[in-house]
Design a protein around this ligand. Structure first.
Ligand code: ADP
Length: 544
């Protein structure tokens, strides 16, 4: 027997309609690429997104067409997303930090017909435009006054395109499983692969991400997504905020400590989200200037493991609660968040911080399990660690155009490539990427745990750990350090600091100092590049 409820397709346009009807007056504030702060409301976003949809329709864009966006977090980028989706086309977020060859690959693979591009990235596209013939029109996200001289084909100023039409556009209605967005993984090996979100997955994921034990936001909140929209959907915030009627603060291109701090304070932000490197810059800036945070309540930190010292600083020095988050592009992207559970209220602050070092519990719509190398499920006892597998309605079922073949096992589980534990209360803790874990004498050493301890040293700016071959133990850890400006901290001092904080046999066999650690397009440490750089490094313990 079927239920007698209305069949209401979960389309992105319903989110914006809801914001317009119920929160039309709520503000969206942007630090524009041109410089000044721009302010308007959800009612304006609603109207302008329909103008975008109408303008794209006029350009011949139809259901299923891909439209690229290479842009910072701004109100225009939001309008473009909702306009594209409202027409039934697919926004393809292009990560500008990819190498030119990768940009050429993904734009052609996606067959983007139009690309919306911020002023900052015009030169990048000019450099590759001969190789991206599929793009018919480039929309420069600015007004006529700021329009640059450009060789880009059919270049048009965004404001001219949008203002060339009115907002008399009725959202298209189609099946909720229709593709809505496309985001390529950064592809550390091989070509990037496209993750194709649907309207249904974006809506369901947004609802789960906004809930109490997740981002916990409502209409009283002001949210600033520092995590870019081109990095895994800005962690669903572009959907969560209009669903909840939260004020949105879009930081644009300036992510330095001073710019972020001034927006947090001036716009009375209560919740924000980004990768650890962004928060490192903010914390340094605040420490140097003896600054405070007067309205911020919670910060979500993920994308890489959040070091303990960062949780301590936010919670102890600034009274801001840290939500450690884990996920991946293939998961829309949120998998887990570290909200505490009933019974943990009375833990001491230090015990709570220890708990928050774990990557957290699955949000509704995510199932997780860990397995051994034979695909046998391991116990959720917080000790056994194995391959972390996930499934759910906002987890990828395959990559765009079938690249990479079948990515699910028979029961529909997707292997995340991470190794983790899960405890009896459901808290998951990442040990490492399967390919980064250090295999020493048949046991595994977590490079993440070692990095976490090393960055706690006050003179360490950044730390990375890789495994190097060892005649007796197979692999042993090499700790690679970037010192803070002006520091001369030595190997012995670092090792003395780490001694006692980790198991003896985990202690790095050597410490190397470099000027800069290479990062991927999504801000992760490039272990492959480090392994290449240190392939001839001989561990002192490996001498025969
Ligand atoms: P990329 O395109 O760089 O692969 P993703 O954001 O999809 O970007 O990367 C997902 C991976 O990032 C996860 O599988 C995991 O290894 C790592 N990751 C994300 N969040 C965390 C976290 N909180 N702690 C440790 N690792 C994390």
């Amino acid at each position: 027997m079927k239920g007698l409820m209305q069949d209401w397709p979960l389309l992105a346009s319903t989110i914006l309609d809801h914001a317009n009807t119920n929160h039309g007056e709520r503000e969206i504030v942007t630090r524009t690429t041109e410089g000044p702060i721009h302010r308007y409301t959800y009612a304006d976003l609603h109207s302008r997104s329909r103008q975008v949809a109408k303008a794209l329709e006029k350009q011949g864009i139809v259901l299923g067409d891909r439209v690229g966006t290479m842009a910072w977090n701004t109100h225009r980028h939001l309008e473009a997303w909702y306009g594209i989706m409202g027409l039934g086309a697919v926004y393809h977020t292009i990560n500008p930090r990819l190498f030119p060859e990768q940009l050429v690959y993904i734009i052609n693979h996606a067959e983007d017909r139009i690309v919306f591009v911020d002023l900052t990235f015009v030169p990048i596209l000019e450099g590759i435009q001969d190789q991206i013939g599929c793009v018919e029109t480039f929309v420069i996200m600015t007004d006529a006054e700021h329009m640059p001289q450009t060789s880009l084909k059919n270049a048009v100023a965004y404001e001219d395109l949008v203002n060339g039409v009115d907002d008399d556009f009725a959202w298209k209605v189609f099946d909720e499983n229709t593709a809505a967005g496309l985001c390529y993984t950064s592809g550390t090996t091989g070509n990037p692969k496209g993750v194709l979100y649907s309207h249904r997955s974006n809506v369901l994921h947004g609802m789960a991400a906004g809930s109490k034990d997740a981002f916990s936001v409502g209409s009283m909140d002001a949210i600033m997504p520092v995590v870019p929209m081109f990095h895994a959907n800005a962690w669903a915030i572009a959907f969560v905020a209009p669903m909840m009627g939260s004020k949105l603060v879009m930081p644009g291109m300036q992510m330095d400590g001073a710019s972020i701090h001034s927006l947090l304070e001036d716009e009375q932000v209560t919740f924000t989200a980004a990768v650890p490197t962004v928060w490192l810059m903010l914390l340094n800036h605040m420490e140097e200037g003896n600054l405070k945070l007067s309205t911020l309540k919670r910060v979500a930190i993920g994308g890489s493991a959040c070091p303990q010292v960062m949780i301590e600083k936010f919670e102890k020095n600034y009274g801001v609660e840290v939500m450690h988050a884990w996920g991946m592009t293939e998961m829309s992207p949120i998998g887990t968040l570290g909200a505490l559970k009933a019974g943990m209220e009375n833990l001491s602050q230090d015990e709570k911080i220890k708990q928050k070092l774990k990557q957290g519990r699955a949000i509704y719509s995510v199932e997780m399990k860990i397995t051994d190398d034979n695909d046998e499920e391991l116990p959720n006892d917080g000790v056994a660690f194995g391959h972390l597998k996930v499934r759910g309605p906002a987890v990828a079922s395959g990559y765009f155009k079938g690249e990479g073949g079948n990515i699910l096992d028979q029961e529909g589980w997707f292997d995340t490539g991470d190794v983790s534990t899960i405890d009896s209360l459901g808290f998951m803790q990442i040990t490492d990427r399967a390919k980064d874990v250090i295999k020493s004498g048949g046991e595994w050493i977590s490079s993440i745990d070692l990095e976490n301890v090393a960055v706690g040293h006050p003179e360490v700016a950044e730390a990375a750990v890789i495994g190097l071959p060892h005649p007796k133990w197979d692999e042993r850890p090499l700790l690679i350090i970037v010192r803070k400006d002006g520091s001369n901290v030595t190997k012995d001092e670092i090792l003395a600091y780490m001694d006692g904080k980790i198991a003896k046999w985990w202690m790095p066999d050597d410490v190397a100092f470099i000027e800069e650690i290479p990062h991927t397009a999504t801000g992760k440490i490039q272990k492959m590049a480090l392994r290449e750089q240190f392939k001839n490094h001989r561990l002192p313990t490996a001498a025969v």
